[in-house]
Design a protein around this ligand. Structure first.
Ligand code: OKP
Ligand code: ZN
Length: 347
């Protein structure tokens, strides 16, 4: 298994997220990726690779130009409004919801933030763009290496995560959709049918929306039921794709408290759908926030279960790019991700 790490991830370090009327410390911290890289090295996966600069043609085929321009320039604009902003994160406080217009990009900075953000938990900081675009580069390069046959699989250790980010929106700690970029890079490299399997605790709403009307990329997600779990407004079983993409999206929501047995049965349904689809390559959005110790999620997988998760993913026998998404039990994160990698490599 090839491993990649994002050398710029530390540039993105949010201070606070809004939660129930308070600014609380961010869960999505730099140490998450550090501990995963350390554990992979300890287990003999070797020094992780880095990637050449992101191919912007791929990035612009997944994300809208005005949105990318906003992400790239947001921090400079924020600081230019008032130099004291340099000590603060960018969070939205106003949104174009309920009949308000989304088709005009306002000149006002706060209005632009609200246009592109869908929650108040995803701070933009000085280095957010640098970290995101370097993560995108890793995802694209991993896909190209796997498509070229350098190895059967690759694991991309990056942050911030990406699966909540859509064509022109961010939220859920995600800004650039690394998983979608890997899938698109596999398509561009000649794989006619690519499957994305999202095993993060939270529904991959960004990835679903990016591919919702496409028949060439199957999106499957096993996640906490959006009736009670973030991101709340997408991820129901009734969402099956639209237009040419009808039948090419599968949501497998599960209740809070789900343990490995029923979670595994849902994953097997997802794997069956990938096989029926006839994918020639697989992208896994790997969140380990399904872990019993996760502070913001409520499934009950154990560290040992993650070895089995790796084995199940490997049972597809497809060229596979695994991209890191969530996981907030920081101290156990390295072990949990490395267990998936070891299970996959042994499977
Ligand atoms: C990102 B990923 C918790 C509120 C929920 C958003 C969770 C984003 C998860 N206090 N905040 O899918 O792991
Ligand atoms: Zn998650």
């Amino acid at each position: 298994m090839l491993t990649f790490h994002n050398p710029a991830h530390r540039a993105h370090a949010g201070r606070h997220e809004m939660y129930r009327g308070r600014l609380v410390d961010c869960h999505e911290v730099p140490q998450r990726a550090e501990l995963v890289v350390d554990e992979l090295k300890r287990r003999g996966f070797g020094q992780p690779r880095t990637a050449p600069a992101a191919d912007m043609r791929v990035v612009e085929s997944i994300h809208a130009r005005p949105y990318l321009d906003f992400l790239r320039t947001a921090w400079a604009e924020w600081v230019s409004l008032d130099p004291s902003h340099a000590a603060l994160d960018i969070l939205p406080s106003v949104w174009p919801n309920h009949g308000l217009r989304r088709d005009v990009v306002p000149a006002n900075f706060s209005a632009k933030v609200g246009l592109y953000a869908f929650d108040a938990g995803s701070p933009i900081t000085a280095g957010t763009w640098d970290a995101c675009i370097a993560g995108a580069a890793c995802a694209i390069e991993a896909a190209r290496q796997v498509a070229a046959g350098a190895d059967r699989s690759a694991l991309v250790v990056t942050r911030p995560p990406g699966h909540h980010a859509g064509r022109d929106f961010y939220g859920g700690y995600c800004f650039v959709n690394n998983t979608a970029l890997a899938a698109q890079a596999l398509r561009d490299a000649g794989h006619a049918r690519v499957a994305v399997l999202d095993v993060d605790y939270h529904h991959g709403n960004g990835t679903q929306s990016i591919f919702y009307e496409r028949a060439d990329v199957l999106t499957v997600s096993v996640h906490g039921d959006p009736m009670t779990e973030y991101p709340f407004y997408l991820g129901h079983a009734s969402e099956r794709g639209a237009g040419a993409g009808e039948g090419f999206n599968l949501n497998l929501p599960l209740p809070r408290g789900t343990a490995f047995g029923p979670w595994r049965r849902a994953l097997e349904q997802g794997l069956d759908a990938v096989a029926r689809f006839g994918a020639s390559a697989l992208v896994v959005a790997l969140g380990v926030d399904t872990y019993e110790g996760d502070p913001i999620s409520s499934f009950r997988l154990t560290s040992a279960d993650f070895v089995e998760v790796g084995l199940l993913l490997a049972s597809c026998r497809l060229p596979t790019v695994i991209v890191l998404e969530g996981g907030y039990a920081v101290a156990d994160m390295g072990v949990n991700v490395a267990n998936v990698a070891e299970g996959f490599a042994g499977g």
